[in-house]
Design a protein around this ligand. Structure first.
Ligand code: MCN
Ligand code: MOS
Length: 765
C-alpha cells in the first residue's frame, strides 16, 4: 500500500496547507496503525528465507566451512560460503569512483572484524534457515585483533593531510597566551539503532532485479546492485516507500544485500533476508570512536588567541571512513590563530559510517566543552564568553555568513531558560540530595546544496500528485512536498498525493546531510509552477475554455479554483476546466540541474553520487544552521545518577517549511544527544573485537523516562542563499552540542569535568 491508495484526513490542515503550516505527517497514521508496508513486509510470492552467518573472530581467516550437516537439514535450498564465486563486480562509490581491480567479494575468506558475514543459508522458512545455519561447522585461523581506537596495539594511525586546517601561528600564539586550557576528549563508538532493522527482499525476473530495502537513497542503492550484477541501471528497481529511521545507515547498499540478491539469482526464487538486531551492529558501521586533544589560548578576559586541535578517529582495516573531529572547531569562534590535524587509525571493526551529524557531533563535544573550561578559567559566564568570541564571519573561509542568528539563539534560549538566575560556582545549586547544574553549548550544521527532479500531475478530479524517487525516512518529505505543491498549484493540501521511495521515479539525492528538504522543495516548486502555468495557458487559449474570451492575460489558481485576476469572470474548479478542455491530466517533469549536468551522464551522476554536492562555502557566503542548548541536570549526590531535568534549545535553520515537523526533528536530535551524553557506547570485547552490547537491551538509548521537558525555539529568518524556499538544514543540527551542554551542566552541578562520553555515574563518584 502506498500513500496513493490510502484514504487520508488531516485534522489540522486549518492553517492552510501551504509552506509554513504546522501539519502532521502524512505518513504518520499509516506508520502507527500498521498500514504502511515496510520493505520486509512486502507481499512477494514464493519467498525463500535467508539467514546471515557472522564471523565469531575479530581477525584472521576462514579455514574451512563444513556445510554437510546444514545442507541435510530440512527445507534448506542454498548455502553460500567463501567457497562460492558469486561473480560480482565492484560498485561505484559516492565519489563516482569504481575499483578497477578484481571482483567484488562480499563473502571473503579473510576476516577483518567480528560479525563479518561468512555464510548465507537459504531455506523454505526462517526457522529452517536458522536451524541449518547453526549446523555449519566453521573453522577459523585467528589473527591478532585490534579492538578499538584506544587499544594498546592500535598505534597512532596515519595522518589525514587533506583535513589539516591552519591559519596564523597557532602553536606560538598558544605558548604566548596568558590563559591556556588543554585537555583530551573522547567519544565512543555509537550505533544507529533505527527502529526498523536492515534487510531486503530480492526478486529476479530474468535479468531484471527488484529490491525492497529500506533506503535513504533509492537511486544510488539501485546503481550499486546494477553494477554488482553487471546490469544496465534501468534493470534494477529499488523500492522503499516507508522507512523506520535510518540516521545515516540507509544511504548505501551493503554486502549482505549483494549476498542475498546473489542467492535469489542462483535459486531462481525471491529471497528475504532480515538482518537481526545483533547483526545490525556489524552489518554496517556506526559512528567511529574519536579522541581529541584540544588546547585553547586566550587573554585574561577569555578572548581567544589560539586553538590547536590534534585528533584521531577509527576506521576499519578494509575501508576508509573519516569521522571529521575538526568539523565544527574552526567555525564556532573568532580566533586569529588556528591549527587542526587528524589521524586515522585502522582497527578490527566494520567500516564506520555516517551517523546523524557525523563529525560535527564529536567535534562540538570537544570545542564546546573546552570553551566552558575557558569560561571557568577566566571567571566568565559561559554565555558571556561565547559573545566575547563571537565570529562575525566564517573564520576559516573568510566569507560572510549567509545568516547566523546565534546571538538571537543565545539570547532567546537564555531568556526562556532563566539562565540569568544561574549561580556561577560549581556545586552551588541544589535541591535536597540533588545537585543542580545548568549548562550551555552551541551547535552547527552546514547547508549542503544539490539538485533534484520531480513530476507533478494535475488530475481530472482536481487533485494533484507529486512523484519523485526521494525518500521519507520519518523526517517529513511526504508532507512538505505536498505543502510545496499545494502552495504553488493553488490546490488544497488534502487533494495532493505524494509518491516517493522508488528508484524508477524521478531523480533525487540522498536523504542525508540535512539537505533533502531544501533540494526537493525547490524541485517540486519548479515542477508545480510549470504545471500551473501550463494549466493557465490552456485555460486562456483552449477554444473550449470558459476563459478564452475574457481578455485576461493571466489567471489565478487558489483553493482548487481558477478565476480571472479582476474577479469578474467565471470561477471554475480545476477538474471542471480539465473536463471542458478535454484533458485528462497535466503532467510536468522538471529538475533543478544546471546546464552542464543536463546530459545522461550528468543526470546519472547527480542522482547516484555525491559529486554534484555543493558545500557550505561553495558560493559567496558561508551557510550553516545554528543552535544553542540550555540544560538543567540533577545529579544525586550519593549515587551519582544523572537526570536531564529540562532543556531549552533555540535554533536558526532559516525558514521552516513545516514548524511542527522541524520542531520534531530538533527534539529527535536532542534526544539522540541525551543518549550520546549519558548512555550510548558500543562495548567491544578486547579479546575478539565483538560488540558485546549488540541489542537494544544492552545498547542503552534514551527512553521516555530519560527525556525531560524539551522546549525548542525558532529564531531563524529566511535565508535566500541556502535554498529555493529559504530554509536551511534541520535534520541533524539538533544533536550537535547537546552532549557538551550536558557535560557542562554536570560540571556545574558537581565540579567534575567529564571529558569521556558517555558520562556514567562511575565518573562522578
Ligand atoms: N524541515 C523544515 N524546514 C526546513 C528544513 C527541514 O520544516 N527549513 C523539516 C521537514 O519536515 C523535513 C525535515 O525537517 O522533511 C528534514 O529536512 P532536512 O534537514 O533537509 O533533512 P533531510 O530531509 O535530508 O533528512 C535527513 C536528515 C538526516 S541527514 C538524518 S541523519 C536524520 C534526519 O534527517 N535521520 C532521521 N532526521 C531523521 N528523522 C527520522 N524520523 N528518522 C531518521 O532516520
Ligand atoms: Mo544523515 S547521517 O547525513 O543521513
Amino acid at each position: 500500500m502506498t500513500l496513493l491508495d490510502t484514504p487520508r484526513k488531516h485534522g489540522d490542515a486549518s492553517d492552510g496547507g501551504a509552506i509554513g503550516a504546522r501539519l502532521s505527517r502524512l505518513d504518520g497514521k499509516l506508520k502507527i496503525t500498521g498500514a504502511a508496508t515496510y520493505a520486509l513486509e512486502q507481499p512477494v510470492d514464493g519467498l525463500a528465507y535467508a539467514v546471515l552467518v557472522p564471523a565469531t573472530i575479530g581477525a584472521g581467516r576462514v579455514a574451512r566451512i563444513d556445510v554437510a550437516a546444514a545442507k541435510a537439514a530440512p527445507g534448506v535450498r542454498l548455502i553460500l560460503t567463501p567457497d562460492d564465486d558469486l561473480g560480482l563486480q565492484p560498485a561505484t562509490d559516492w565519489n563516482n569512483v569504481r575499483a578497477s581491480d578484481g571482483p567484488y567479494v562480499p563473502l571473503p575468506r579473510d576476516i577483518a572484524y567480528n560479525g563479518q558475514p561468512v555464510a548465507l543459508v537459504v531455506a523454505d522458512s526462517l526457522e529452517q534457515a536458522t536451524e541449518a545455519a547453526r549446523r555449519l561447522a566453521i573453522a577459523y585461523e585467528e589473527g591478532p585483533v585490534t579492538p578499538g581506537l584506544d587499544s594498546p596495539n592500535a598505534g597512532e594511525g596515519s595522518p589525514l593531510d587533506q583535513l589539516s586546517v591552519a591559519w596564523g601561528d597557532a602553536e606560538a600564539a598558544l605558548a604566548a597566551a596568558p590563559v591556556r586550557v588543554e585537555a583530551e576528549y573522547h567519544t565512543p563508538r555509537e550505533y544507529h539503532a533505527a527502529m526498523e532493522p536492515h534487510g531486503l527482499i530480492a526478486r529476479w525476473e530474468g535479468d531484471r532485479l527488484t529490491v525492497w530495502e529500506p533506503s535513504q537513497w533509492t537511486h544510488s542503492m539501485a546503481r550499486s546492485y546494477a553494477e554488482w550484477f553487471g546490469l544496465p541501471p534501468e534493470n534494477v528497481r529499488l523500492v522503499s516507500p516507508f522507512v523506520g529511521g535510518g540516521f545515516g545507515s540507509k544511504g548505501f547498499s551493503y554486502g549482505f544485500g549483494a549476498i542475498a540478491a546473489a542467492a535469489a539469482r542462483r535459486l531462481g526464487r525471491p529471497v528475504k533476508l532480515a538482518v537481526t538486531r545483533p547483526q545490525n551492529f556489524a552489518a554496517y558501521g556506526g559512528r567511529a570512536a574519536t579522541r581529541q586533544s584540544l588546547a585553547l589560548g586566550a587573554t585574561e578576559d577569555g578572548v581567544l588567541q589560539a586553538i590547536v586541535l590534534r585528533g584521531a578517529s577509527e576506521t576499519s582495516t578494509v575501508g576508509t571512513w573519516v569521522e571529521q573531529v575538526g568539523a565544527a572547531t574552526p567555525l564556532m569562534y573568532a580566533v586569529p590563530n588556528f591549527s587542526a590535524r587528524q589521524r586515522l587509525v585502522a582497527v578490527n571493526t566494520v567500516t564506520p559510517g555516517a551517523l546523524r551529524a557525523p563529525g560535527k557531533t564529536p567535534s562540538a563535544f570537544a570545542i564546546e566543552s573546552a570553551i566552558d573550561e575557558l569560561a571557568c578559567a577566566v571567571g566568565a559566564d559561559p554565555l558571556e564568553i561565547r559573545l566575547r568570541n563571537y565570529a562575525e564571519e566564517d573564520p576559516q573561509a573568510r566569507k560572510p555568513w549567509s545568516t547566523r542568528r546565534m546571538r538571537e539563539a543565545l539570547a532567546e534560549g537564555a531568556e526562556a531558560f532563566g539562565w540569568a538566575r544561574r549561580s556561577r560556582e560549581p556545586r552551588s545549586m541544589r535541591d535536597g540530595h540533588q545537585l543542580i547544574g545548568w549548562g550551555l553549548a552551541t551547535g552547527t550544521f552546514p547547508v549542503i546544496r544539490n539538485y533534484g527532479e520531480a513530476l507533478v500531475r494535475i488530475l481530472a478530479d482536481g487533485s494533484a500528485e507529486v512523484v519523485t524517487g526521494a525518500t521519507d525516512i520519518g523526517q517529513g518529505t511526504y508532507t512538505i512536498l505536498a505543502q510545496t505543491a499545494a502552495e504553488a498549484l493553488g490546490i488544497p493540501f488534502e487533494r495532493i498525493d505524494v509518491r516517493l521511495g522508488d528508484s524508477a521515479l524521478p531523480g533525487a539525492p540522498v536523504a542525508g546531510g540535512s539537505k533533502l528538504a531544501g533540494v526537493m522543495t525547490g524541485a517540486v516548486q519548479k515542477a508545480a509552477i510549470a504545471a500551473r502555468d501550463e494549466l493557465i495557458a490552456l485555460a486562456l487559449n483552449d477554444p473550449n475554455s470558459p476563459f478564452r474570451d475574457t481578455g485576461a492575460n493571466t489567471l489565478i489558481l487558489a483553493d482548487g479554483r481558477i478565476s480571472a485576476p479582476r474577479g469578474d469572470g467565471p470561477v471554475v474548479s480545476v477538474g471542471e476546466l480539465l473536463g471542458r478542455i478535454g484533458r485528462e491530466r497535466i503532467e510536468v517533469r522538471r529538475d533543478t540541474l544546471p546546464d552542464h549536468l543536463q546530459t545522461p551522464e550528468g543526470r546519472f551522476r547527480a542522482w547516484t553520487t555525491m559529486t554534484t554536492v555543493q558545500g557550505p562555502t561553495a558560493g559567496d557566503y558561508s551557510m550553516h544552521s545554528w543552535c544553542a542548548h540550555f540544560v538543567e541536570v540533577r545529579v544525586d549526590e550519593d549515587f551519582g545518577t544523572i537526570r536531564v531535568a529540562r532543556m531549552v534549545s533555540a535554533f536558526d535553520c532559516g525558514r521552516l517549511y513545516n514548524p511542527k515537523l522541524a520542531e520534531s526533528q530538533w527534539k529527535g536530535g536532542i534526544i539522540m544527544g541525551i543518549g550520546m551524553a549519558l548512555l550510548e557506547e558500543g562495548l567491544v570485547d578486547s579479546r575478539n573485537g565483538r560488540v558485546i552490547n549488540n541489542n537494544l537491551g544492552d545498547y542503552l538509548l534514551p527512553t521516555n523516562a530519560d527525556v525531560p521537558d524539551i522546549r525548542v525555539i525558532d529564531v531563524g529568518i529566511p535565508d535566500p542563499h541556502a535554498s529555493a524556499l529559504g530554509g536551511k538544514g534541520v535534520g541533524e543540527v539538533g544533536i550537535v552540542g547537546v552532549a557538551p551542554a550536558i557535560a557542562n551542566a554536570v560540571f556545574h552541578a558537581t565540579g567534575r569535568r567529564v571529558r569521556r562520553l558517555p558520562i556514567t555515574l562511575d565518573a562522578l563518584v
